[in-house]
Design a binder for this molecule. Structure first.
Ligand code: ASP
Ligand code: MG
Length: 596
């Protein structure tokens, strides 16, 4: 029988009493004869107190010693849990990460798993023992054997990696919440529990889901086809199933390091409609996409970059066969969107000769530099980027159709992957029951938006900026490139806006200022008072009117949308910080996600 992996978080083993309850649950599972591997976190807030103790000794403790220290927390819980199992007559043995053979890279405090040796584990399982493994830790092999940790919250990742290595039946993550909710219940009290969600959706909702499930765990589940369940340790309720694509045989070597990008997608059947200089006020995007949705025009990418004066540019792509319809809808609605001044008329520009090229991969989360690598690959191949739109697990660029072959060849080589079709579309088609249009709604309040005005529109410029930030360890979230092209000293320029963690904003400003000057860019505008609100759902693919509904919900609350970025299964809007929670609540309700 295939084993089952159960992981219990800190709160679930927060006291002796709770630990006993966990032991009882494990004993019940083991009773049926299924081999059980249990992964546990440190008890309660142990890790936090260890961090605090270190802080009292050193303001900058050495990472190696920190790993030595923090890995002790889990060692306490595995030993106690094994004893509790043994007391119940269940044969059990505890093992540290090193004893199991959870081999990681040598990066202290944020190591990625390279491989899991399963022979010792399997020997104990075959002998009928429950194996209790310390989460969050591993060992780096080399001249020295070094204890490593995977980064805070990392025991989810240990559990899913073990499940992948053991070909487990499933991996259950036991926690102190009932599962994954449609949004943050502290902000929207009527958030509902989801029965299921796909790995791709979960990754796009990283900012919502990260507190419940480590994104790296979802990445492994997706790559290795591990069925994941998130459920409460206090009840027998089924919780939320995180659905992974079909399990495909995949080497365990380089487990977490293989490919940050696992596909290059290409879509030549796209055309672009850009509206230049529409009014910058609430309701404009809603009016435009409302009309487009009513005419059953399905839009793919939508990009609205930062405003210039009192106007915005909004661009979207559609499949070529509906371009004419999209264009006429846009042209008809323009008078309602246009600023009422003579010299500031809205223009509609249509481009049939474009293609969309994207890189996709869960591995780009938390790895700065992947997007930059895409831009620099395109830059070196002499491919100019017309539109950029990014989400957690995807970067899409609209380019000239005639550059398509060169772009694909270069990207496949850089990322060492094959070109593929749209994964989400396959999943959506394979599902007999259509997945919900919107699965969940997330808000991110910890971001700042930087906008670089008048970046020379030449191949390789975006690459240079993002490469530079990556080299300094600054992770970029959403990137949006403007449509409006301004000619300055005979050079066409565009604005590039992106969001990063608020805590990085000041450093980024300081770092960028001299570089931008050297590159001949315009001003750098930083806005820290923003919120990003996103809807995610694989059911929105091929479904007209979804964006319109989101924008209309915001318009009804009189919330001005500052920027828009989309992927196939996600639409994100940046709004003023003070409107963030109201926006979240409005959008959550608009898609019928609220209880009752
Ligand atoms: N104990 C570690 C932490 O608190 C790992 C975990 O709980 O997942 O971050
Ligand atoms: Mg956790």
């Amino acid at each position: 029988m295939a084993p089952i992996v159960q992981k219990y978080g800190g709160t679930s083993v927060g006291s002796i009493e709770r630990l006993q309850a966990v032991a009882q649950r494990v004993a019940n599972t083991a009773k049926n004869g299924q081999p059980v591997v249990v992964v546990v976190s440190a008890m309660g807030k142990t890790t936090d107190s260890l961090v605090q103790m270190a802080g009292e000794i050193s303001s900058n403790p050495c990472r190696r010693e920190m790993d030595m220290l923090l890995s002790t927390g889990e060692q306490v819980s595995i030993a106690l849990l094994s004893m509790a199992l043994q007391e119940r007559g269940v044969p059990a043995i505890s093992m540290t990460g090193a004893q199991v053979g959870i081999v990681t890279e040598a990066a202290h405090s944020r190591a990625r798993i390279l491989q899991i040796q399963t022979d010792r584990l399997e020997r104990h399982l075959n002998a009928g023992k429950v194996v209790v493994v310390a989460g969050f830790q591993g060992i780096a092999l080399g001249e020295e054997l070094e204890i490593t940790t995977l980064g805070r919250g990392g025991s989810d990742t240990s559990a899913v990696a073990l499940a992948a290595a053991l070909n487990a039946d499933r991996c259950e993550i036991y926690t102190d919440v009932p599962g994954i909710l449609t949004t943050d219940p502290r902000l929207v009290p009527d958030a509902q529990l989801m029965d299921e969600i796909t790995c791709d959706e979960m990754l796009e909702l990283a900012s919502l889901g990260a507190k419940v499930l480590h994104p790296r765990a979802v990445e492994i589940a997706r790559n290795y086809g591990v069925t994941l369940v998130v459920r409460s340790s206090w009840t027998d309720d089924p919780g939320t199933r995180v659905i992974a694509p079909e399990r495909t045989p995949r080497k365990l070597e380089g487990l977490e390091l293989v490919h940050p990008v696992d596909a290059v997608e290409f879509d030549a059947d796209q055309a672009k409609v850009a509206l230049l200089r529409v009014c910058d006020r609430p309701g404009i995007a809603a009016t435009l996409f409302g009309e487009i949705g009513r005419q059953s025009v399905d839009v793919d990418l939508i990009v609205q970059s930062i405003h210039e004066g009192n106007t915005n540019d909004i661009a979207f792509t559609v499949t070529k066969n509906i371009l004419d319809r999209a264009e006429s809808v846009a042209a008809a609605i323009v008078p309602a969107l246009s600023p009422q001044s003579e010299n500031n008329q809205t223009d509609v520009i249509v481009d049939r000769d474009i293609a969309k090229v994207s890189i996709v991969g869960a591995g780009m989360i938390g790895r700065p530099g992947v997007a930059a690598e895409m831009f620099s690959t395109l830059g070196k191949a002499g491919v100019n980027i017309q539109m950029i739109s990014t989400s957690e697990v995807k970067v899409s660029c609209v380019i000239d159709a005639s550059d398509g072959d060169r772009a694909i060849a270069a990207l496949c080589e850089t990322f060492d992957v094959h070109i593929s079709t749209v994964r989400e579309r396959e999943i959506a088609d394979a599902d007999a029951v259509k997945p919900p249009v919107v699965r969940g709604v997330a808000i991110d309040r910890g971001q700042a938006r930087l906008a670089i005005l008048q970046v020379p529109d030449l191949a390789g410029r975006a690459a240079r900026i993002f490469q530079f930030l990556a080299e300094h360890g600054i992770s970029i979230d959403t990137i949006i490139q403007s449509q409006r092209c301004r000619i300055l000293n005979n050079i066409p320029t565009r604005d590039i806006a992106f969001t990063i963690a608020q805590t990085d904003a000041e450093v980024a400003r300081e770092l960028l200022t001299p570089l931008l000057e050297e590159m001949g860019c315009g001003e750098l505008v930083v806005d820290e008072s923003i919120s990003k609100v996103s809807i995610v759902g694989s059911g929105m693919i091929g479904q007209p009117g979804v964006a319109a509904k989101m924008f209309a919900a915001l318009a009804k609350e009189n919330i001005n949308i500052q920027t828009i970025a989309t992927s196939e299964i996600k639409i994100s809007c940046v709004v003023p910080e003070d409107d963030g929670v109201k926006a979240l609540q409005a959008v959550h309700a608009a898609f019928g996600l609220s209880k009752g």
